[in-house]
Write a protein that binds this ligand. Structure first.
Ligand code: ZN
Length: 285
C-alpha cells in the first residue's frame, strides 16, 4: 500500500513537474536502499535488502572493503591497486607478474597483488561482455588453487594469504557476475577520476521523458496487476528492457564511450530494482 501511495505521489509530482529534480521524482517510488545515494560516501550507503552484487557500485565498495580487510587503512585506487610488488616473502625472488599467485622460484603463495583489478585477478579480458560460464570456470579454478583447505598445513603467512586471496576471488566473481555491478565497476576502471561522485546523480536530460514515461507506465501496471499472467508480462518487459540496456552498455564500452555507459547503467539500476519488486510480488502469499 505504501508503495502505491509513493507511486501516486511520484506520478503527481512528475505530471505537475513541480520543480522537483527528476532524480528525486523517479526515486520517489524506489525503496530507499536502492535509490541513488548522491552525496553519501559509497561505502556508507544503505543497502539492506538488496543483494550485495546488485547494489549500485557494489563492486567498488566491496573491493575497497576487501582491501581494507587485507591492509587496514589502505584505500587503493582501482587502476593501480598498487604496491604488493615486493619480493617473495619466503625466498626473496622477484614477485610474479600480475596476476601471479605463486612465487615462480619457490612456489609459495603470495599476498594479493594490489596492482590487479578484478578482471586481471580472474584472468579475464577487461570488458563488459562476460560469459557467466567462463567467469564461473575461472572462479572455480582459482578457488581450487587458493582455497584455505589446501594450506591447512602451511606456514601461518601462507594460510593467511590463502584466506585473503580466496576472499578476493569471491568478491571479484560476485562483482563481475551481475551486469549492473560489473558495469559500474568497469566504469570506475575506465573513468577513475569521475565515476564515483556522480554515480548517484540524475538521469541525462535527453533520456528523461521517454524513460520516465515507461517507468510510470510499468509502475502503474505493476501496482494494478491482479493476475499471475499480468505480473508475468510486466516481468518479461522488465527483463527485455534490461537485456536491451545491457547490450547498449556493452556497445558503449566497446566503442570507447564509457561516459555514455553511465546514464544507461543508472537506468539499469532502476529496472533492476523494479525487477526485484516484481519478483517480490510474484512470490506466493
Ligand atoms: Zn619464493
Amino acid at each position: 500500500m505504501l508503495r502505491g501511495l509513493c507511486l501516486r505521489a511520484t506520478v503527481t509530482a512528475a505530471r505537475s513537474g513541480a520543480g522537483i529534480p527528476l532524480a528525486q521524482r523517479v526515486g520517489a517510488g524506489i525503496p530507499l536502499a536502492q535509490r541513488a545515494g548522491a552525496g553519501v560516501p559509497l561505502t556508507q550507503r544503505a543497502g539492506a535488502g538488496v543483494p550485495l552484487t546488485q547494489r549500485a557500485g557494489a563492486g567498488i565498495a566491496s573491493n575497497q572493503r576487501a582491501w581494507a580487510r587485507i591492509s587496514p587503512g589502505g584505500r587503493p585506487g582501482l587502476r593501480s591497486l598498487c604496491s604488493a610488488g615486493g619480493s617473495c616473502w619466503r625466498c626473496g625472488a622477484p614477485p610474479p607478474e600480475p596476476p601471479g599467485f605463486f612465487c615462480a622460484s619457490c612456489r609459495a603463495l603470495q599476498p594479493p597483488d594490489r596492482r590487479c583489478d578484478y578482471f586481471q585477478l580472474l584472468g579475464l579480458p577487461r570488458r563488459f561482455r562476460v560469459s557467466a560460464e567462463e567467469l564461473g570456470r575461472c572462479q572455480r579454478r582459482l578457488q581450487r588453487e587458493l582455497h584455505p583447505d589446501r594450506f591447512s598445513r602451511s606456514a601461518e603467512a601462507e594460510r593467511r594469504f590463502s584466506e585473503q586471496q580466496s576472499a578476493l576471488v569471491n568478491e571479484a566473481y560476485g562483482t563481475l557476475l551481475r551486469p549492473l555491478s560489473r558495469g559500474f565497476y568497469l566504469l570506475r576502471l575506465e573513468l577513475p577520476a569521475e565515476a564515483e561522485p556522480e554515480e548517484g546523480g540524475s538521469l541525462p536530460p535527453d533520456a528523461e521523458p521517454a524513460f520516465l514515461a515507461t517507468v510510470l507506465r510499468l509502475n502503474e501496471r505493476l501496482e494494478e496487476a491482479d493476475s499471475p499472467e499480468e505480473m508475468g508480462r510486466v516481468a518479461a518487459e522488465v527483463e527485455a528492457r534490461l537485456r536491451e540496456l545491457s547490450e547498449e552498455v556493452a556497445r558503449a564500452f566497446e566503442q570507447r564511450r564509457p561516459r555514455d555507459a553511465r546514464p544507461l547503467l543508472r537506468q539499469m539500476r532502476f529496472w533492476s530494482s523494479l525487477g526485484e519488486r516484481v519478483k517480490e510480488r510474484q512470490l506466493p502469499r
